[in-house]
Structure formats: structure tokens, C-alpha cells
Design a protein around this ligand. Structure first.
Ligand code: NAP
Length: 470
């Protein structure tokens, strides 16, 4: 980014801040929206928090995020606090006050989670909500459940005292506003089977199950999970936590909260820059975040028929001791018929749905694999996104002329069984080329027909970008 005298600064204060994903969120938005604002993480010691807040304001910093361990402590250094953040008792976003000399605090964690559940179509109105945990995140969840007009909110915690205090604070706040009695019920975590209702929505807001302790969960009992309609884990790494697995094993719907992380950032960005971040940018950003948080070790080769995807893919897989999957063959084997038979007997709509389902399956179940994809696969934008989630996408590019020379004698390419196959290739290439290019992380020109050079180029790229490729 070009930094000049008008560039604004946004940032994050906390300790530690080294693993934060926020710079990726905010700097990507600035770049895509062409807004001259840069985001930096600042590691601040406890003893320097006050000076850091006042100093940032004097340095004309546009806004700050606040993370562990300062979300509560920072409140004393603010000139205003948004009502919801005050009731939650924590802020994670500081915006320059419009009327006073200092920052105003917001809680966009809560707003981010609320935006996520709305997007997933989850509604808490008149529902029983169970919150596991009574820390900072649980407070935000409980308050959101109140705003969403949940019927009753159980807060279950290992340390009962903390659940009791949370319930007491929230009930006092809510009673003042709504007059309802004891909306929030505290409970010792191990007493979960005392919940009388037989259907509820659960928010997992403890730190249990967080990577690398992927196999941990605070409640193991399947009877509990059988009552869960939706289970939302505030942990997003791993992507499928043990809690989420238990929810789906028992026929509930499960979500992690990576979108909450994304939305809390987007909402903060919107508050600071007084803009609305477009939906397409948010969707791209979600994909970027997923790829950053869940790094893949697969390679996906895309390109026109005859670009060498299968031959290069097989050879690469052999050299790197990776598995090899040809997506067309994979689909054909699963369906027990050829792709042209699927098209002719079941129709294109069926095939497209099958393609999507297959890619979702491969994304969730396959690693250390080189994929050769059908030439038309990346043309659907949903497929293109899934391919990027599966692995690093490499486009083997070749000119129409080279492609024609390579496949002119092939009889097994139905698309080319026409009077003027060269012209047909040129026409298709015109439509496809940009889509291939836009989907690719890396493009290799294969016009020279040098298989070894292409494989070496992939290996060089892999060493820099792909987990475990050294
Ligand atoms: P916190 O304030 O430290 O609270 C931790 C909670 O976990 C407490 O309720 C604690 O119970 C419970 N806990 C810890 N160890 C436990 C154990 N061995 N058995 C049972 N319970 C245990 O943390 P937080 O800020 O609320 O964060 C909670 C989780 O939410 C974290 O994993 C965090 O990564 C996630 N989070 C995600 C987002 C997002 O954007 N997706 C945002 C915020 C937080 P005790 O009170 O008994 O110690």
C-alpha cells in the first residue's frame, strides 16, 4: 500500500497480539475498497495501557480493536461507552468520539455473532438458550440472547460462582429494561442434565476444544446433544470441533464462529471509516480467512482439456508421495456411470449439484493430494470457491493452438466432435480463460510442453506456500 500524509492508522492493542488475524481483515478491506487506511497490531504491557489509549487518541489514530486481556480494563479510559457494550461489560472496538476528546467503546464481538446467526437463519426468539461458559464471550452471548428475546437462558460454568455473578448482573440489567424475572439461570456445568426442556440452542463459549486440544469437550453425554437444535462453537480452530461433531452426530446443526470473527472486524471497520463493506468483499474475505486459519496441503490443477492436468498431476503426486485424484473419475466411480451418461440420463442440474457435493466432501475429508479437475469445473463460482478451500489452485495455461495440437487426434473429447474443433477451442477459451485466471493462486504457462519444467515450477511454488512441502 502507498502510505502518504493522508493515510489513516487503525490498530489492535492487546497482549499477546502476534497471532492476530485482524490485519488480514482490515488491510484487505482497505485495499479492495481503495481506502487509505492501514491496520497495525500493537503489543501493550498492562502498565502502559492508559498511556497507550490516550496516546493513540493524540496520535490521531482512527480506531482500535482491543483484545485479551484488556476488554474490560480499557473501559475506564474511554470518554463514552455504547449502551450494549456497557451492559455486556466489555469493549473490543474504540472509535473516536464525535463530541468528546477521547475514544468511545463498542462491543462488536456481540454484534458479529448476532450477524452470523442471522445469516445462518438461527433465531433465538422464544427459544431456550444454553450458554457453556461464563467468561467474556459468554457474557456477550447471554446479552445477545436477551436482545434476540430468548425465552430462557441457562449459563453453565465449571466455576458456579462466575455463572451466578453473570446471571445476577444480566438479570438486574434486563429486569430494569423489561421487567421479566430471572431470564438467566446459572448452573454448575456438571448439572447440565437438570435442564428440564427437551430442545435448545447451545453456544459453546468455554476455551475447551481449542486447537491443538481438538478432542476435548466440556460435556460428553449424547443425551445432552440429542436435545440440541443448533450448536454454535465460539471456537473456530479447528474448523470442526469435538462439540460440533457431537452436535451433528446427534442430528443437530453445528457451526463454528469464524464468521463472528470476520463480522466483528467488518463492523469495526464500518464504524471507523463510515462505509458499508460490500457483500462480495466480505465473501472473498471469508474465503481468505478460512485459507489462513485452515491451511491446506492439497494442490488443485485447473485448466482446459489437454493442458496436462492428469499427466502432470500423477507425476507430481508420485514424486512428492502424495495421493492423486481425478475429480471426473472420482464422480464417475461414486455414481457408477460416466459423466456423459449422468448428463444424458439425470440432467445438468443433477450433475452440478453432484459436483458441489463432491467438492464439499473432498474439502472436508482429503489431504496430501494432487487433484486434476474437469475443464469446466471452475466455471461455476461456487465450485471455484470450493476448489480454493480444498487447496492451492494452479492453472496450467496453454494457448488454443497448443491445446489443439495436443488433442486433435483424441476421439474421447465429446466437446470437440464437431466440424471445426480449433474454432470450438478458441470460442471456449475466450469464455474460460479469465475464470481460470481468477480462480488460480498461481499460473504456469505450459506451451513449451516441458513436463519437468512445469513440475519443478509447482514444487518451487509449493516450498514457499504449501504446508509440509519442503
Ligand atoms: P474466558 O473469559 O477466559 O473464559 C473461559 C471460559 O472457559 C470460562 O467459562 C472457563 O470456566 C471455561 N473453562 C476454561 N477451562 C475449562 C475447563 N477445563 N473445564 C470447563 N470449563 C473451562 O475466555 P473468553 O474470552 O470468554 O473466550 C472463550 C472462548 O471463546 C475462547 O475459546 C475464545 O477463543 C472464543 N472466542 C471466539 C470469538 C470469535 O470471534 N469467534 C470471540 C471471542 C471469544 P471457569 O470460569 O470455571 O474458569
Amino acid at each position: 500500500m502507498n502510505i502518504n500524509g493522508t493515510t489513516k492508522t487503525m490498530g489492535l492493542i492487546g497482549n499477546p497480539v502476534e497471532h492476530t488475524l485482524s490485519p488480514l481483515i482490515h488491510n484487505t478491506i482497505s485495499k479492495k475498497m481503495n481506502i487509505p487506511a492501514q491496520y497495525m497490531p500493537f503489543r501493550v504491557e498492562d502498565s502502559g495501557l492508559e498511556k497507550a489509549i490516550y496516546g493513540s487518541y493524540e496520535l490521531n489514530i482512527l480506531g482500535l480493536n482491543v483484545t485479551v486481556p484488556y476488554k474490560e480494563k480499557v473501559m475506564q479510559y474511554l470518554v463514552e461507552i455504547d449502551d450494549d457494550a456497557k451492559r455486556i461489560g466489555a469493549v473490543n472496538t474504540l472509535v473516536r468520539s464525535e463530541t468528546k476528546h477521547g475514544f468511545k467503546g463498542y462491543n462488536t464481538d456481540m454484534l458479529g455473532l448476532q450477524r452470523q446467526i442471522h445469516e445462518e437463519g438461527i433465531h433465538l426468539k422464544d427459544k431456550i438458550v444454553v450458554v457453556l461458559g461464563a467468561g467474556g464471550a459468554a457474557k456477550a452471548v447471554t446479552y445477545m440472547a436477551y436482545l434476540e428475546e430468548a425465552k430462557k437462558i441457562y449459563v453453565l460454568n465449571r466455576t458456579y460462582e462466575k455463572a451466578k455473578n453473570l446471571a445476577k448482573d444480566m438479570n438486574q440489567t434486563f429486569n430494569k429494561k423489561s421487567g421479566k424475572d430471572f431470564l438467566v439461570v446459572p448452573m454448575l456445568l456438571s448439572n447440565y442434565n437438570e435442564i428440564r426442556e427437551d430442545k435448545f440452542i447451545v453456544f459453546q463459549a468455554t476455551s475447551i476444544g481449542l486447537y491443538p486440544n481438538n478432542d476435548q469437550v466440556v460435556i460428553e453425554d449424547h443425551d445432552f446433544y440429542q436435545k440440541i437444535e443448533y450448536g454454535i462453537d465460539l471456537i473456530y480452530n479447528p474448523s470442526n470441533t469435538r462439540f460440533m461433531q457431537l452436535v451433528t452426530d446427534n442430528h443437530g446443526k453445528a457451526y463454528n464462529a469464524l464468521k463472528m470473527l470476520l463480522y466483528q472486524g467488518v463492523i469495526a471497520y464500518e464504524l471507523w471509516n463510515k462505509v458499508e463493506v460490500p457483500k462480495e468483499i466480505i465473501e472473498d474475505l471469508y474465503l481468505d480467512l478460512k485459507r489462513k486459519v485452515y491451511p491446506k496441503d492439497n494442490i488443485v490443477l485447473i485448466g482446459f482439456m489437454g493442458s496436462g492436468k492428469s499427466a502432470i498431476g500423477k507425476e507430481l503426486a508420485k514424486r512428492r508421495k502424495m495421493n492423486f485424484i481425478d475429480t471426473d473419475t472420482f464422480i464417475e466411480e461414486k455414481e457408477g456411470m460416466t459423466i456423459s451418461d449422468i448428463f444424458s440420463t439425470k440432467g445438468e442440474e443433477y450433475f452440478r449439484a453432484l459436483e458441489l457435493k463432491t467438492l464439499e466432501y473432498l474439502r472436508d475429508h482429503v489431504s496430501n493430494t494432487v487433484f486434476a479437475t474437469g475443464g469446466g469445473m471452475p466455471l461455476q463460482s461456487k465450485n471455484a470457491s470450493l476448489l480454493k478451500e480444498i487447496g492451492f489452485v494452479i492453472y496450467l495455461e496453454a494457448s488454443s493452438h497448443v491445446i489443439y495440437e495436443r488433442i486433435k487426434y483424441c476421439k474421447n473429447r465429446p466437446l470437440l466432435q464437431c466440424e471445426d474443433p480449433y474454432n470450438k477451442i478458441c470460442e471456449l477459451m475466450k469464455v474460460r480463460k479469465e475464470k481460470y485466471r481468477n480462480t488460480a493462486d498461481y499460473i504456469i504457462n505450459t506451451n513449451s510442453n516441458n513436463k519437468n519444467a512445469t513440475i519443478e515450477a509447482i514444487e518451487t511454488y509449493g516450498k514457499e506456500h504449501i504446508k509440509g512441502f519442503q
